[in-house]
Design a protein around this ligand. Sequence first.
Ligand code: SF4
Length: 226
Amino acid sequence: MKSIDSWHEEEFRSQMITQVVEALGESADPATVARILAACTHAVEGFCTERLYACAAGCPHCCVLNVAVLLPEAMTIALWLGANLSGEELAGLQKRLAAHRSWARWMDDDERILKQMFCPLLDTYGGCSIHPVRPFACRAITSLDSQSCREAFFPAVTDEDRLVPADLFRKAVFDAAFTALASGLRQVGLDDRSIELGTGVLAFLEHPEFVERYLAGERLPRAIWL
Ligand code: SF4
């Protein structure tokens, strides 16, 4: 088992970039992208096994924050949703994502908290509906105290600092995986930009042709960021 003692950021990043470049340089298809995301996650979790945290299904307080994803993350989530939801469920989700995009895409975290603009991928039981393919940014955030989260994300205007004790090591390892993935994408000629989670997922759901275009090395239209 790996641990914080065996963590060397540069070595980790370099191994991950090599893995991404070898896999995607050979075949850039949706299955390979999903596999490489899972492999990156597995590599991070290898360093974080047995690190305790308070997060659990039904405790959705932080799912109100902005989440940035890389385009292959958004693509993989959209494809996973297409494979796992019925046509009716998918149509309903697209409507929620579009409404969220209109209302929340320019809000900062404070405004989102105040208006309780929760992630449209949160289910009605307070769980993540895309848990197996959730973004690195969501996996990176783990609280050590759920009561602190409840208080920190309560919709109130205050000058007080509302702090949540968190596992910063886990965050550092996931952040390294995120930047290593971006670097690997760049090296194989794929678009390495990030995008707001709901906006990116909706773009791939509304334009299924983006999958092929993205994997062919095309830069997606700037309009989806606007
Ligand atoms: S993707 Fe899942 S974990 Fe991330 S903010 Fe949305 S509901 Fe929460």
